[in-house]
Structure formats: C-alpha cells, structure tokens
Design a protein around this ligand. Structure first.
Ligand code: G3P
Ligand code: MG
Length: 243
C-alpha cells in the first residue's frame, strides 16, 4: 500500500511548513509529513522552504541572517490567507515535540547550503534530544549532506532527492549512500523503473504528485510513498483502490 506524505504539511489547504499545515495533515490521516529545514542566524533549525523570507512571510532577506527570535516576529500565514495571520515559522524542536506522540512518519528535508554543513550537526542534535533517530527519514538533494548524516548515525534512514536527470543512476546512488529510498521527481518514475528499484530493494517516494491521474497511476505501480500537497485526495483515492 502506498503511504501518503503531506508535502510541507497539507500545503494545499494551509500555508506550507506551518503548524496549521502539519496539524491538518495529521487530521486528514496522512501517514507522513515532509518538511524543509534550514538554520537561523543563531544556528537553530527552523522550518521554511525558501532561503529567503520574501515569498512565505512578511519579512525580507535571508533566513540565515535572522535570529530565531527575529524570525518568530514574522507572519508566516497571511501570504496564503488572512485567516492564518497568527502563523509563525516553526522550529524543528517545536515540530518534533508535537509529532513525537503521534503515529506519523517524519521526513526532514535538509535545505543545505554547500558551505554551511552546520545544519547537519544541529538537526542531528535536535533529533537526538527527542530520541527520534529511528522515527525520521532524512532527505536531501545533497549527496554530501546525506553521507555526512549517515556517518554521524548509521541508523538514520535516508532518501536521496533528485529531479529528472539522465545523469542520476538511482541504484548506483543507493549503493554509494546506503540509501533506503530514493525521492525522485515523479516524472522519473515508470513501471520499469519501479520494478528495477524494488528488485534492488530500494523504496521509491516520488514528489510532488498533485494530479489525480498521476496519483492513480503511481499507486497502481506500487510506489512506496507519495509526497503530495493534497493528502486529502490521495487518501480518498487510496481508500477507493483498497475497497
Ligand atoms: O522532498 C521532496 C520535495 O520537497 C523536494 O522539493 O523544493 O519542494 O523541497 P522541494
Ligand atoms: Mg521539500
């Protein structure tokens, strides 16, 4: 059965990467939540997708140039709808406190800047503090970041994210990084690809699937998980499939 991961939370219904989006995903019955982390100026892992504040908050400039208390002043919801004006940028710590007692898979995507590997250390610290190393999936577009994470704790489950590219040979990448899973752009996934990945015992969690037709096709092909902005539709389709 394909697991449904809410991309940046239930980001079709709520502002992405906010506690409202995460709570909504949980209420809908999503199996997992995908979120993006990066560091504040004072090295606290915070949950936000873009390197700048401009699109999803009322602030401006780089996330990395603001302390966590400065970030906490910002409105992270009004850009989506005025109903969410009290929404704040969550820290990873706050999110894990909320997620820990719940039956939820947590997929932390490291939004890493090449020269800024401190993110790896700080994310590891927060996860370890909450004793959640065996509960999380760490994913990234950066091979180096994933290799480093695995070196820090070989028990981490990691997933390599990649866009459509002929250069990526997923099974070679999986062997090199001891991957449990690949997180390909959904356009990489074909029936043949699925067979081959499962033959190599590699899980496939494509992103970001928002169209019903693609959802249905990928569920038929048995993708292990599906990362979507619209977990409600994906869960309904999956229910129908298993009736
Ligand atoms: O983790 C899959 C997906 O989130 C990667 O792309 O840009 O939405 O973080 P992006
Ligand atoms: Mg992401």
């Amino acid at each position: 059965m394909t697991l449904i991961f809410a991309h940046r939370g239930a980001s079709r219904d709520c502002p992405e990467n906010t506690m409202s989006a995460f709570k909504k995903a949980y209420e809908l019955g999503a199996d997992g939540i995908e979120l993006d982390v990066q560091l504040s100026k004072d090295n606290v892992p915070v949950i936000i997708h873009d390197p700048t504040l401009n699109r999803t908050t009322n602030g401006k400039g780089k996330v990395r140039n603001k302390t966590v208390s400065e970030l906490k002043f910002l409105d992270a919801g009004s850009w989506f709808s005025s109903a969410y004006q009290s929404e704040r940028i969550p820290t990873l710590d706050e999110f894990l406190i909320w997620a820990k007692p719940k039956d939820l898979i947590v997929n932390i995507e490291l939004k890493i800047n090449k020269e800024d590997h401190l993110l790896i250390e700080k994310v590891h610290e927060v996860i370890t503090f909450h004793r959640m190393a065996n509960r999380v999936i760490i994913s990234s577009f950066s091979r180096e970041a994933l290799l480093e994470m695995k070196k820090i704790n070989p028990d981490y489950k990691i997933g390599f994210i990649y866009k459509k590219s002929r250069k990526v040979k997923p099974w070679l990448a999986a062997a090199e990084m001891q991957l449990d899973a690949v997180h390909p752009h959904y356009k990489n996934v074909t029936r043949k690809y699925m067979k081959s990945m499962h033959k190599h015992n590699i899980k496939v969690r494509p992103y970001t699937i928002n169209h019903v037709k693609v959802m249905k096709k990928l569920m038929r092909w048995n993708v292990d998980s599906m990362i979507t902005d619209d977990p409600k539709t994906a869960l309904l389709l999956r229910g129908g499939l298993h009736e």
